[in-house]
Each structure stands twice: as C-alpha cells, then as structure tokens.
Ligand binder design. Structure first.
Ligand SMILES: NC(=O)C1=CN([C@@H]2O[C@H](COP(=O)(O)OP(=O)(O)OC[C@H]3O[C@@H](n4cnc5c(N)ncnc54)[C@H](OP(=O)(O)O)[C@@H]3O)[C@@H](O)[C@H]2O)[C@@H](O)CC1
Ligand SMILES: [K+]
Length: 488
C-alpha cells in the first residue's frame, strides 16, 4: 500500500524525528538519496551537466546538497538562484565548496543540461510558480534534460493535488519520507512523472491512518472474494443489474460483462435489453422487471444506459441490500433517499456527473478532485467513487483514507468502460465486499484489465476490458500466492 500524508502531518513527524538527530542530518539523508537517484538516471555522473533550480527554502537546500555530491563525483553543476538573498546558506556553501557554480545566465546552462533538479519549492510552496520562475521552468522543460523534482514538482499543491497556476512537469520525482497527496492525485500527479520514495526514517513518526492510500497488487489480492468449498451460487452472491434501455441496450451487455467477472455466483439482469444480454451471455438470468419482482439479489447496480427510463432507481434505493448507482441513475438521485438507507450505497460518477450532483462546473471537479469526492460522500452519506485518470474512492464518514487508484490508463476513456466497471463493482458487493473495498478493488482490476488489453499501446473497446478482467484477477492473485509461499 502506498500511503500519503498532509504537509502538516509530515512537518510534525519531521520535527519529532529531527529532535532525535544531529542538526542537518535529515536534510543530508534526503540529499544522499536524491543524489543517488540522479546518478542512476544519469548513468555516468562524471562529466554530466547538471542544473539546479533553487528557491528560497529547504527544498532548494536539498537540491544544493545533492548537487554538491554530484559535483564531487565529477559532474559540472550550476545553480540558478531564484531568490539569491534567501538561498539555503549551508547548501550553497557545500555546492561551491565541491566546485559547483552559480549560473550567470540560466538559459545558457539549461540549453546544454543533461539533468535539471527542480528545487524551487517543496511542501512549503503554494499557488503555482511565481512569475520570475516561469520562464526558467519553461526553459528547463523545453531542454533535452531529464527533469527531476525534489520532493514535489514545483507549483503543485501538496495536500490537494490541485495545480492553481503554472507548474514544472518532471520526468521523475524523488519524494522524502512519505508521499504527499498531490503525488497520487490528478492533476498534480501528472506533473510528477515516476515517483520514487527515499526513506529518511520518518515512518515511525507518521500516524497509522494516512490521508490517501493507493492499493498495490498484494493489497488487492487480500481483498478479493474467494469461493470456499461449499459455495453455491447464492452463497457467492447474486448481483442484480438494472441497466440499459431500448435505446441503449449495449450498456446492459457491458454491465453484465463486468458483473460476470466480479466473483458473484450469478447475475440477474432486469430491464428492457434482456434479449441483447441473453444473446451475448446465456448464463445471465433475465427478467423484464420491475426489480422488486425479479427475485432475491445480494446487491444492485442501477443506472448504466437507462436513458430517461429511471423509474427503477427509487425502487432499488428502497431495498435493503447494497446499491451502486451509476450514470443515468445519478440524475434523479435524491440525497435524502440515499441518506435514509440502512444498507451501503456506492455512487460512481465521472467528473461531469459529480459536477451536476454538486451543482458546480465540471472543470471545478476536475481541478479539485479530492475535495469534490469528499464533499459528495459527506453530502450523500454514501461511499463515492469519482472516476477519472486517477479514480478516487471516499467513504461516507471521512475517517478512512481516500483511496486513489494507481492503475488508471488513458485508454479507459472509451465509451462503455464505466458500464463494465459498474457491473464488476456490483458483483464484488454481492460477493460480500464493503462499498469502499468493492469500489477500490474494482477500479484497480478494471485499470489493470485495460492495461492488459492495450498491452502494446493499442486502442481498446470496453468489451475487451471486460474480457481482460480474468487475466487481471489472476495477476493480482499471483501476488497473494507469492506472499503465501514467502510466509508459509
Ligand atoms: N523539514 C525537514 O527537515 C526536511 C525538509 N525537507 C525539504 O524541505 C522542503 C520544505 O522546505 P520549506 O519548508 O523550507 O519550504 P519550500 O518548499 O522549500 O518553500 C520555501 C518557500 O518558498 C516560498 N514559496 C511559496 N510558494 C512559492 C511559489 N509558488 N513559488 C516560489 N516560492 C514560493 C515561500 O516563501 P515566501 O517567498 O512566501 O516567503 C516558502 O516558504 C521539503 O519539501 C523537502 O524538500 C527535506 O530535506 C527533509 C527534511
Ligand atoms: K521541487
């Protein structure tokens, strides 16, 4: 599991740790890890041209000390000082002592750089790059150099993942001690490139509940439902899918495709696209409706492709089993009906649907995804899965970390992929997972399946994502088998 902590939490932990260490030791740990990572990226340090972009704080200090280490190994290191009067004094002395130089002309040194270290701002920055840093940052990005962000890409908001002005896009980010939310949440995450964590001994000082958690294979493996010896289809759970319409039968087929691969013992389809469903999936149980007459289910999915035929939404919300509401089902959603429910509710909007639920513009949701998912979860008293390039899952009470899905891929932005996800998630709910786990496990498997399906970078259809789900499941399960062997 990758975990991220807010700036305030990181600073408190750092203070605790620093009190136990000699002065400056923590920064040296950070700088040593940073210099080693840069050496790895450069391949050959001797003779490499390294440019440091230095702001007014300790982030610049880290970059200067790392630059000094690279200079001692024979790199030509130049520092661009963006706040010359407030440059970290110890770091600057170390750099010049090791033979590094202060650049007279930032654009000249950037033009021939092999590697740029972005030490403009770290966790102390906010509000995007300041005007004087913008042309320098653009020149760095426009050069042929590898851009390495120190702790965070400068210009992004560490706590929210927002990008409020211009920011410097990195090829890699070397983070110290802990991930910050912005390294896991878009749009900031997209500026970070490949993120690597340097251990500076912070972990024992961090709280047990992080702000953000991103599952990895091993975590997902532990959450997957597993059929036990005496499982019959009802024990494994029946998922009801109320989706599709005469106008959009495809959504029903795709939702059922997802549901059949999510671990439920049976899939009961209810609606007007039964013929299309049965033609593709003879194993589905098909009923014309209404949902209450369709027979017992352990969880409902309602919404994909309903068009204007949304009558089933209220009826399904009145049931006493877990309910997932997606797509067209979100339009007529009544917050008080959701809040009244005793069984879990999971809402799965994309940014546009989330914006409509919140009464704001789509751009506002996309810019502030973390705040939006939390606000929705608290307003509806429901678990909310906000779809996007990093899908977020928030539980209603706010005590659990928001889960960020690290498995997204741009190829998932294809018609119908949400229908597959809804079916898959509903199936996991029926198989007994809670809404928070079902949402995050489904988002993970769905992203992994899309990666499998587009393995060679080819465009994929949503149906292929459904077909690739068993492969993704197997992949994740292999992680559990590896762990069992290790521990067994
Ligand atoms: N604590 C530790 O022991 C360790 C800390 N570590 C390192 O320290 C980093 C945090 O350092 P920090 O607190 O000095 O803040 P930092 O990010 O350098 O910003 C400094 C100043 O920049 C300014 N500023 C603000 N916004 C701005 C903007 N948009 N554009 C330009 N400038 C802007 C603002 O000053 P202002 O100009 O507003 O007075 C702000 O105070 C952390 O990320 C990690 O790298 C590691 O070494 C591990 C050990
Ligand atoms: K930085």
């Amino acid at each position: 599991m990758r975990t991220a902590y807010r700036v305030e939490t990181v600073r408190t932990a750092e203070e605790e740790l620093m009190a136990q260490l000699p002065e400056g030791a923590l920064m040296q740990r950070a700088a040593a890890g940073l210099a080693a990572a840069c050496a790895g990226l450069l391949g050959r340090v001797y003779g490499a041209r390294v440019v440091l972009l230095i702001g007014s704080g300790a982030n610049g200090g880290d970059a200067l000390y790392a630059g000094a280490r690279l200079a001692r190994r024979g790199a030509g290191v130049s520092a661009v000082l963006l706040a010359p009067d407030r440059t970290h004094p110890g770091g600057l002395a170390a750099l010049t002592g090791a033979g590094g130089r202060i650049a007279d002309d930032p654009f000249e040194v950037l033009a021939s750089a092999d590697l740029v270290l972005d030490g403009i701002t770290g966790i102390g920055g906010s509000g995007g790059l300041r005007p004087d840093a913008v042309p320098v940052a653009r020149a760095a990005r426009g050069s042929n150099a590898v851009v390495v962000a120190v702790d965070l890409p400068s210009g992004v908001e560490a706590d929210s993942g927002e990008v409020r002005g211009e920011a410097l896009r990195a090829d890699a980010t070397i983070a110290f001690g802990a991930y910050k939310p912005g390294l896991l949440i878009d749009p900031a995450r997209e500026y970070a490139g490949t993120v690597r964590l340097v251990d500076i001994g912070l972990e024992p000082h961090l709280p047990s509940v992080p702000e953000i958690a991103a599952l990895q294979h091993e975590d997902v493996a532990l959450l997957l439902p597993e059929p036990v010896g005496e499982s019959d289809k009802y024990r494994r759970g029946v998922v009801g899918i109320a989706a599709g319409s005469a106008r959009y039968p495809g959504a029903a087929v795709l939702a059922v495709a997802g549901a059949l691969r999510g671990g439920a013992g049976a899939v009961r389809y209810v609606g007007h696209a039964g013929e299309a469903v049965i033609a593709r999936f003879p194993e589905a149980l098909v009923h014309a409706g209404p949902p209450a007459k369709a027979g017992r289910v352990q969880a409902w999915v309602v919404g994909p492709g309903l068009g204007d035929e949304t009558g089933a939404v209220a009826e399904i919300l009145a049931s006493d089993v877990p309910v997932l509401v997606d797509a067209d089902g979100l339009r007529p959603l009544d917050a008080s009906a959701v809040r009244r429910r005793s069984a879990p509710t999971l809402l799965t909007p994309h940014a546009g649907e989330a914006a409509a639920l919140l009464g704001v513009d789509r751009a506002e949701v996309e810019a502030a995804r973390l705040a939006s998912v939390r606000e929705l979860a608290s307003r509806y008293g429901a678990t909310v899965l906000l779809k996007g390039s990093t899908t977020l899952v928030a539980a209603p009470d706010g005590a659990l970390p928001v889960r960020a899905n690290p498995m997204g891929t741009p190829w998932l932005a294809t018609a119908g992929s949400g229908d597959v996800l809804a079916g898959l998630t509903g199936s996991l709910l029926a198989a007994g997972l809670g809404a928070y786990d079902a949402g995050s496990v489904a988002a993970y498997l769905h992203g992994l399946a899309a990666r499998h399906a587009s393995a060679k970078g080819v465009p994929i259809t949503s149906y292929e994502v459904g077909e690739a789900l068993p492969g993704a499941w197997r992949d994740v399960q292999d992680a559990r088998d590896v762990r069992d062997v290790r521990e067994g």
